[in-house]
Design a protein around this ligand. Structure first.
Ligand code: T5A
Length: 212
């Protein structure tokens, strides 16, 4: 398999439900503002077409999605997002901060749904081809994350409606990814106050060595 291309200004934020990714993303955007262009985006989504795929993925109103269907939908959305938004922005020298990226597929479709990592890696290498320089993994207990998400959303989406055992597998898969990629993935204890978590995230980004 060909190597993934790592872009020095590409940062992703990962974690389970309600871990505080959006909150951290806003703090990073503010910390990097003024330095150069900062593009904040999210997955699944980030383009009109990919957002429509996200709608399909999270809609509880159709028959249960087969695990393979879910996998192919997240990668279809990602292929569009990477080509339309992420690579063009990185090529013009912008920072790109993405709320979720391919690590989420290893965690949710791999850990959660039980799809073999090799099959996910084949899609990653075949249709994505890039990886972040830094991934901030916001680690939080499943019950605490669900409480936070519940306090915010009245109706759970299709994936939020999964049982706790699913989210325990997701969390374990994220931590396995962090252990396998220690130079890229920075684990942050997300159980602390939002400002403390954000300060840790900003410090990790400031310690990145980025060519001028
Ligand atoms: N998915 C995604 C896959 O299955 N495969 C894939 O490849 C990809 C890319 C959508 C879903 O798609 C799945 C995973 C997801 O199920 P999403 O929109 O990122 O992805 O879904 P969520 O994880 O549900 O995102 P949330 O918006 O719920 O969570 P966040 O962004 O992590 O949390 P945030 O910042 O909105 O915070 C949640 C609440 O907690 C508070 C906030 O104010 C907010 O009310 N909060 C804190 N409270 C106390 N202390 C802190 N430190 C706090 N930080 C935030």
């Amino acid at each position: 398999m060909s190597a993934l291309r790592a872009y020095p200004r590409f940062i992703t934020i990962e974690g389970g439900e309600g871990a505080g990714k959006s909150t951290v993303l806003h703090a990073l955007r503010d910390a990097l503002a003024g330095e150069s262009e900062v593009v904040c985006t999210r997955e699944p989504g980030g383009t009109p077409l990919a957002e429509r795929i996200r709608g399909l993925l999270l809609d509880p109103g159709h028959e249960p999605a087969a695990a393979d269907t879910e996998l192919l939908l997240v990668f279809a959305a990602r292929a569009q997002h990477v080509r339309e938004v992420v690579i063009p922005a990185l090529e013009r020298g912008a920072w790109v901060i993405s709320d979720r990226f391919t690590d989420s597929s290893y965690a949710y479709q791999g850990g959660g749904r039980g799809i073999a990592a090799e099959r996910i890696a084949a899609l990653e290498h075949g249709y994505v081809g890039i990886e972040p320089a830094l991934t901030l993994l916001l680690d939080l207990g499943v019950a605490q994350g669900r409480d936070r998400a519940r306090a915010r959303d009245a109706v759970p989406d299709r994936i939020e409606a999964e049982h706790d055992a699913f989210f325990e597998r997701v969390r374990a898969a994220f931590l396995e990814r962090a252990a396998a990629h220690p130079a890229r993935v920075h684990v942050i204890d997300a159980a602390r106050a939002a400002d403390v978590v954000a300060a840790d995230a900003v410090r990790a980004v400031q310690s990145l060595r980025v060519p001028a």
